[in-house]
Design a protein. Structure first.
Length: 446
């Protein structure tokens, strides 16, 4: 959002020119208003919210950055949050907001919700783990019974649709509320005389359980090109639905977490976070890296006589360490990506290691031969460095490839986020092992 526009808004807020502000906000999408509020101070954002109608205000709150939204909600009374925002939200959006509050404020907000049924839905959804389908689903759906006639079905659909913003699918249940199918709206037009819904519904629709991990939900929606997927309980009763926009938000957040984890950040941080938060997020892996560097120096310190006899060996320390780190990161990144999109199964560890070994063998041969030719021309055929660097580089590439493949697959089996294996962990480990290999081979050839 342009700085001039933000400055204009801030000036109007300072002047308390509500009429002009309303005029500027009228043509903005809720997401744009949310972006604007993210740039303003909480009190300024609060002034903006007072000018919005309830539905728009609720939509804007959902679109706001999580940290800014939390700061904004902290200055609002529970009754205002309930009646001004939650009452106008879908259940899944309301749960996302209420989940971030402390237990006492959650109870206060829930007590002020006027719609008892909505409050009950929110309480039920809060019980589910936020990383499962139950924690992400909403309860707003159009549901018809398989035994209804077409006129009865149409009448009920109209009643249910009045309280919904978007209708993705019409779900069909039996008398016990178990999911039986999806009702194609086209059939209502082309087959209006059919006696019952069950005669035209699409049976056995794709669905997920309430305890299905979010990662699997994402894969199912992507695989079957769905815009929404129904959620059922342990006995097949329809309890909610997850829409593609909910999934996209989750995918983005997961991608951000994995990227930060792979970059050596121990917690979620943003550019606008304070110095203390950014420092605590970065420092742990920096300290581990420092310890790894000290360990490396200790290894090299044990080979003073080797460096004294072959000082040119020191020139290749960055090459050995850098190549090992790069190869390990490449291998682990491919494996992590495969695990994330289910194209790779953690059970096939041996098969993947064999495949990676073949690739590593080719790469290691090419790299080591190129370095050998360079050293042969520079130092001659009798120099120790000519052979030790090439052999060490070959061994380091092979080790780094296998290690970079094995670690994320092992972490996946242990239910630990394998993204950690694409970060400093791999680089530091390969750097240390690489130096040990390099010094060991050099000593043997001396």
């Amino acid at each position: 959002m342009e700085k001039d526009f933000i400055n204009q808004i801030e000036e109007l807020i300072e002047q308390k020119d509500s009429a002009k502000l309303k005029e500027l906000l009228t043509d903005l999408h809720p997401a744009d208003i949310a972006e604007l509020c993210d740039e303003l101070e909480p009190e300024e954002a609060r002034f903006i919210y007072h000018l919005l109608d309830n539905e728009t205000a609720a939509d804007v709150l959902v679109e706001m950055d999580e940290d800014n939204r939390k700061r904004f909600l902290d200055i609002l009374p529970s009754e205002t949050i309930a009646k001004r925002f939650v009452d106008y939200m879908d259940s899944d959006d309301a749960v996302d907001i209420i989940r971030d509050m402390d237990e006492e404020k959650q109870e206060e907000v829930l007590s002020h919700i006027e719609d008892i049924e909505q409050a009950g839905d929110i309480v039920d959804l809060l019980k589910y783990d936020e990383d499962t389908a139950g924690g992400l689903m909403g309860t707003e759906m159009v549901i018809v019974n398989e035994n209804w006639s077409m006129p009865e079905c149409l009448r009920e659909m109209r009643l249910q649709a009045e309280d919904m913003d978007e209708i993705y699918y019409v779900y069909v249940v039996d008398d016990d509320e178990r999911l039986r199918g999806v009702f194609p709206l086209k059939k209502m037009i082309t087959s209006p005389s059919v006696s019952k819904v069950k005669h035209v519904m699409k049976k056995d629709p794709v669905s997920v359980r309430v305890d299905t991990p979010i990662d699997e939900v994402v894969q199912i929606i992507e695989k079957y090109d769905l815009v929404a997927v129904p959620v059922v309980d342990s006995i097949g009763r329809l309890v909610g639905r997850i829409t593609v926009d909910d999934v996209m938000d989750e995918v983005r957040e997961q991608a951000e977490r994995d990227y930060q984890l792979a970059s050596g950040l121990s917690q979620d941080v943003e550019t606008h976070d304070n110095v203390i938060r950014q420092t605590t997020a970065r420092l742990p892996w920096l300290l581990i890296g420092m310890i790894g560097g000290i360990g490396n120096s200790m290894i090299l310190g044990n080979f003073d006589s080797t460096f004294a006899a072959h000082p040119e060996m020191a020139l290749y320390i960055p090459l050995i360490g850098g190549t090992g780190g790069n190869v390990g990161t490449q291998s682990s990144a491919i494996v992590v990506q495969g695990l994330a999109n289910s194209s790779l199964d953690a059970e096939n560890t041996f098969k993947q290691i064999v495949k990676e070994s073949v690739v590593a063998l080719i790469n290691a041969t090419i790299i080591s031969m190129l370095v050998y030719i360079y050293n042969f021309v520079r130092f001659g055929a009798t120099a120790t460095v000519t052979y030790s660097v090439s052999i060490s580089l070959f061994a380091v590439v092979m080790f780094a490839s296998i290690f970079g493949t094995l670690v994320p697959m092992t972490l996946e089996k242990l239910k630990i986020d394998p993204a950690i294996a694409t970060g400093p962990f791999i680089s530091i480990t390969n750097d240390i092992i690489g130096m040990m290999i390099y010094m060991g081979i050099t000593t043997l050839l001396s």
